[in-house]
Design a binder for this molecule. Structure first.
Ligand code: GLY
Length: 420
């Protein structure tokens, strides 16, 4: 879905795009060249970039945390993304907390544990609710908000003993639970450390309405966020991004590429929930349609250290909303292979609803076999709308949702409802 959003934006700007591994929806557009290399085949990716001479942008965190940036640098290839040390801001939640504490950035109080018995003992004197995070990468699912000792002990057992996320849960972070609305913001950071900042957006991370149920890779997003004023955005830049970038640079970690902050707006100001080393998903899907400055120009300026020549980012008026449609049993073990109704041969809406906004579909887990669209992952399709106002964007996205169906499809009904 995020990759599809990046691809569409670059195509609209007249850029040539090679995508790998991609998905059915991305390759339904004949302008996209299919790369046919898997995301974990780093040697194959380096070879593809060398053969095509292309500037490479990596969407997901897995290859970045595994150090693909270092391999591109060693091969002398142009690359948008951090090296392994910069990517560790996402690869280790514990390391991120320590860096932010060193930077003096507001974060929830935290404790790091490598031993399950120590973590359980700590619960005895802790106040609930708490947030328990697996240290490593878990596709957005390694965070639990626990309301009491029993839930907390179960999370510790799952992460550290049963190891539902493998070694990613061998270390955990237990954090204070903060109250307040969540926001997201990205910085494009070039190789000199210079940054340009996006508008604010808002993810909806849990699977259920009213922010209930397990965490997911994101069930919907909006941008901009009506309650968040420019003053708050400036405060986030000054108190969060700038000290993080400066401290990272002092420690030798460059967050080149897209640095993502997941934030909570508390009564005492914005506070960091997480930093990621790549564009947020599904926030990218709603931020990019509002970006007026050409994305291709921004990306090209990152490895050459020329972002300062781009100037402050320019934005279109209006709003965007995406509602994610997920497969049955997502986020646990999604059911795949269900036939998707309502799409044309390009993977877009067969019947476009009557609406003043622009509605389109972004694909995540889809494939097309002999003209039949099928589900092939957990987060299947995002119905997106860009419109003049926030309510119209939300309305348009839901109109898009109602044109597409499959057995077991599920989505949240309250995307955009927490924005005022
Ligand atoms: N929206 C949260 C993330 O991208 O991790």
């Amino acid at each position: 879905m995020r990759t599809h959003a990046i691809v569409l934006k670059l195509l609209m700007e007249g850029r040539k795009v090679i995508c790998t591994p991609g998905n059915g929806g991305i390759f339904a557009d004949p302008r996209v060249v299919r790369g046919k290399v898997k995301a974990d085949d780093h040697a194959g990716l380096v070879e593809l970039a060398r053969a095509t001479g292309a500037l490479t942008i990596v969407g997901p965190e897995g290859p970045l945390v595994a150090g693909i940036g270092d391999k591109f640098a060693a091969a002398g290839l142009s690359f948008v993304g951090p090296f392994k040390d910069g990517a560790s801001i996402e690869g280790s939640k514990a390391g991120c907390c320590e860096l932010l504490m060193e930077a003096g950035v507001p974060i929830p109080r935290f404790k790091i544990f490598t031993d399950a018995s120590d973590a359980i003992r700590y619960l005895g004197k802790a106040e609930f609710p708490l947030v328990i995070k697996a240290d490593g990468l878990c596709s957005g699912k390694g965070v639990r908000i626990v309301k009491n000792f029993v839930e907390a002990a179960k999370a510790i057992e799952d992460f550290m003993v049963v190891k539902v996320f493998g070694e990613a849960g061998a270390t955990i972070v237990i954090q204070e639970f903060l109250v307040g609305p969540e926001l997201s913001m990205f910085a494009f950071v070039d190789s000199s450390g210079f940054a340009l900042y996006t508008i604010l957006s808002q993810d909806h991370k849990t699977v259920g309405n009213a922010n209930t149920g397990p965490m997911t890779g994101g069930m919907g997003a909006i941008a901009p966020v009506p309650f968040a004023r420019e003053e708050l955005r400036q405060q986030i830049i000054k108190t969060i991004f700038e000290p993080t970038l400066a401290t990272g640079a002092r420690q030798g970690a460059l967050f080149q590429g897209v640095l993502y902050a997941g934030l909570k707006v508390t009564s005492s100001g914005p506070c960091v929930l997480e930093f990621n080393c790549r564009p947020g998903d599904p926030e990218t899907e709603v931020v990019l349609p509002l970006l007026k400055t050409p994305l291709g120009d921004i990306l090209e300026a990152i490895p050459t250290g020329d972002l300062n020549r781009i100037g402050p980012l320019q934005w279109h008026d209006g709003s965007a909303c995406i509602v994610v449609m997920a497969a049955e049993n997502y986020p646990d073990k999604p059911v795949t292979g269900d036939v998707i109704n309502g799409l044309n041969e390009c993977g877009q809406l067969a019947v476009v609803p009557d609406h003043p906004g622009q509605i389109d579909d972004l694909h995540g887990g889809t494939e097309c076999e002999d003209g039949v669209w099928k589900t092939a992952g957990g987060r299947v399709i995002g119905a997106r709308c860009r419109a003049a106002t926030h309510p119209l964007a939300v309305e348009g996205a839901y109109k898009g949702v109602h044109q597409v169906s499959w057995r077991g499809e599920k989505h949240r009904e309250d995307i955009g409802a927490y924005a005022n």
